[in-house]
Design a protein around this ligand. Structure first.
Ligand SMILES: [Fe+2]
Ligand SMILES: [Fe+2]
Length: 310
């Protein structure tokens, strides 16, 4: 590592700390502000729901789908932020007796991720107050976190960068000038994005730092583990697409036949794969960092795996 790289890396940790202090927000005072959700509004924007994929549904049914997906959004983030925070705390160990600015950046990252989990638990409960009974999200965040953390740090950091980059794209989708979009949910995207922007920078710094200490063999194995993690995320998305379709069919107010239920489930899965896998994997910054760490052959393995998830 030359002197220039070292200076700019230190500087990037310092800027992340500075920005984290400047943008810091509170769940109730800044995000919720005494508001409630209103079912006259969409919770997720069309660009994330991929509303056009739900070809058999009316406009009001598509709005209902966006509300169900909004609740699932809160639950998925509550889940991924559990393992992200644990990994960040683990990585902070490397900085205990080293760069104290880097250590501060990771401590703040962890603190923010704990707050985000509290925000998303709050959002889940608030949506539960206005939508029909019967919604289910049966995946245990601690069980998933244990499984994820069983993989190598290299693979977990790859998945984490993917996730934290897609929250930025989600924010950009949410500023779509759609007058039906919930102002409260738009604020969830806005405030989450403000802190996630630093997390994505720190993921990159930590991934590159960690990568410098692994052997070619370890990295090659980690590429396979990254693919396994993406497949595990897809398994979660498949089961939630099924659960959310069943909930929609039971509560939408009309009878949904078997063929239509299959089409709705396929559309739910398509939007979840877009939201939680491809929107990050296709992010230019993700591609840039990933290709700087791996060989062309490893890149082709990852692309081939991602191509199966359509
Ligand atoms: Fe977060
Ligand atoms: Fe984050």
């Amino acid at each position: 590592m030359n002197a220039m790289t070292k200076v700019s890396t230190t500087e990037r940790y310092a800027r992340a700390v500075e920005t984290s202090k400047r943008v810091r927000w509170k769940v109730e005072e800044d995000v919720i502000r005494g508001r409630r959700f209103d079912t006259a509004h969409k919770f997720l924007p069309d660009g994330l729901v991929l509303a056009d994929a739900f070809t058999t549904l009316s406009a009001s049914e598509k709005r209902y789908v966006s509300q169900i997906q909004g609740r699932t959004y809160a639950n998925i983030f509550g889940l991924v932020e559990r393992f992200i925070n644990a990994k960040v705390l683990e990585l902070s160990h490397d900085h205990w007796f080293g760069d104290q600015v880097a250590l501060e950046a990771l401590v703040r990252f962890s603190d923010e991720e704990l707050k985000h989990q509290a925000l998303f638990r709050r959002i889940d409960a608030m949506i539960g107050d206005v939508l029909p009974k019967g919604y289910r999200f049966d995946i245990d965040p601690n069980g998933v976190a244990r499984a994820v953390l069983g993989k190598s740090t290299w693979a977990v950091l790859g998945l984490t960068l993917d996730i934290e980059l897609f929250t930025q794209l989600h924010y950009r989708q949410s500023i779509d000038p759609d007058t039906e979009l919930s102002e409260l949910f738009k604020d969830v995207f806005l405030f989450h994005w403000k802190e996630e922007s630093q997390h994505a920078i720190l993921d990159e710094l930590e991934w590159v730092r960690h990568d410098a200490g692994v052997t070619a063999g370890q990295r090659d194995r980690a590429v396979d583990e990254f693919i396994e993690l993406v497949a595990a995320v897809d398994g979660i998305l498949q089961s939630q697409a099924k659960a959310d379709t069943a909930y929609f069919a039971a509560t939408c107010g009309r009878t949904i036949g078997e063929d239509e239920a299959r089409a709705i489930e396929a559309a739910f899965l398509k939007s979840y794969r877009w939201q939680y896998i491809h929107s990050g994997a296709q992010h230019p910054q993700f591609g840039k960092v990933l290709t700087s760490l791996i060989s062309e052959q490893q890149g082709r393995r990852i692309q081939a795996a991602l191509a199966t998830l359509h």
